[in-house]
Write a protein that binds this ligand. Structure first.
Ligand code: MRU
Length: 339
């Protein structure tokens, strides 16, 4: 199934609960806005494009649940829902982008039921388009990979981070589909181990060769010549920086030092041409993510913790950005890329 989808039968959002992977594969249903917001905050659904779909379906859910019988009241309800959804996670721009796009679609409606139909149709379009865009960017990116390459990746920018296929892992999937032998080195990605838990699981399901390393091994394997390319996804691309899972910046510096190409794979919906690094809020997460691993305590319970979920990689560390519109090299002029 898709990572996240709409269930027409029960008018609800269905998703794979990613907090349980790889030990358990469970599909959960969100029937209320509160349960959707909880799922986003706790990373049951995660990854920028998947968050976009979650946000859009959230507006559709709010429209179904609202009892408003006139357009003004329903529009007001949906705008409140939009604000609530956008506040769940601040860094991945796809969430706000998809919520805004769904809200903007309301202007084509003539009555409350029209609004309900239109926002659901728009949310479904956003989800369908996500797969098409990933397949397209995957094909462009696959041309950068050579038969026999070992590709390092960070966090999970695969089908679980999208509606399907993936961005960074979509490039790898497309290269494998084109007959290339690609090996993947997956960084564990502390503290929530999206790389160790999800990327490895996903690739093993597709029989793609994957080796897990912990984050502190990345410099060593690059120095030993064990990595040909690095490909990561992105949560937001401003004019001067790529925001992605914490640890991405470190990999970009290491890749530069070892003259290894550092690629970012992301759909245009991840671009934020109106902002610069200094304007972007980096989500700070709960201290217990570092003090505990699930229920096991791994640090003093009262220790002070700094836990930013993302970091910013300056554009000068990026070799190329892979999008559904093609591969872009420096200088990265966002206005020209997104037209
Ligand atoms: O905190 P997460 O798991 O939502 O962070 C996800 C990432 O950082 C991904 O690399 C990014 O969203 C790109 S997904 C195609």
């Amino acid at each position: 199934m898709r990572t996240i989808d709409w269930n027409d039968g029960s008018n609800s959002i269905v998703m794979i609960d990613q907090t349980l992977l790889p030990m358990e594969y469970r599909v959960i249903e969100c029937r209320t806005l509160a349960s959707l917001c909880e799922a986003i905050r706790s990373l049951r659904v995660r990854g920028a494009p998947a968050l976009g779909a979650a946000g859009a379906f959230g507006i559709a859910l709010a429209a179904t649940l609202s009892s408003a019988d006139n357009m003004d009241e329903l529009t007001r309800d949906l705008k409140v829902a939009a604000k609530t959804i956008k506040a769940t996670r601040p860094t991945a721009v796809n969430l706000a982008w998809a919520v805004n796009r769904t809200i903007d679609a309301i202007s084509d409606a003539y009555d409350p039921d029209g609004i309900r139909d239109i926002v659901l149709a728009e949310a479904k379009n956003i989800a369908d388009e996500d797969i098409l865009k990933n397949k397209k960017l995957g094909k462009y990116g696959a041309m950068l990979l050579e038969d026999g390459d070992t590709v390092m990746t960070h966090c999970n920018a695969g089908r679980m981070a999208c509606v399907d296929w993936g961005t960074a892992l979509g490039v790898i999937r497309s290269a494998v589909e084109a007959g290339k032998q690609i090996r993947v080195m997956a960084c564990e990605t502390r503290p929530l181990n999206q790389g160790g838990r999800i990327t490895t699981w996903e690739l093993m399901q597709d029989n793609i060769d994957v080796t897990l390393i912990c984050d502190s091994m990345s410099g060593h394997v690059m120095r030993r010549g064990m990595v040909d390319k690095v490909i990561v996804g992105a949560d937001r691309i401003t004019g001067d920086a790529v925001f992605n899972k914490i640890g991405t910046y470190t990999l970009s510096v290491l890749a530069k030092e070892h003259e290894i190409p550092f690629y970012v794979a992301a759909p245009i919906s991840t671009f934020d041409p109106d902002n610069w690094e200094e304007n972007v809020t980096i989500e700070q997460r709960d201290a217990n993510e570092l003090r505990f691993f699930r229920d096991v305590q791994i640090a003093p319970a009262e220790v002070k913790v700094y836990n930013p979920a993302f970091d910013a990689t300056p554009m000068e560390n990026v070799t190329a950005v892979i999008t559904e519109k093609g591969v872009f090299y420096p200088p990265f002029l966002l206005d020209e890329i997104i037209v």
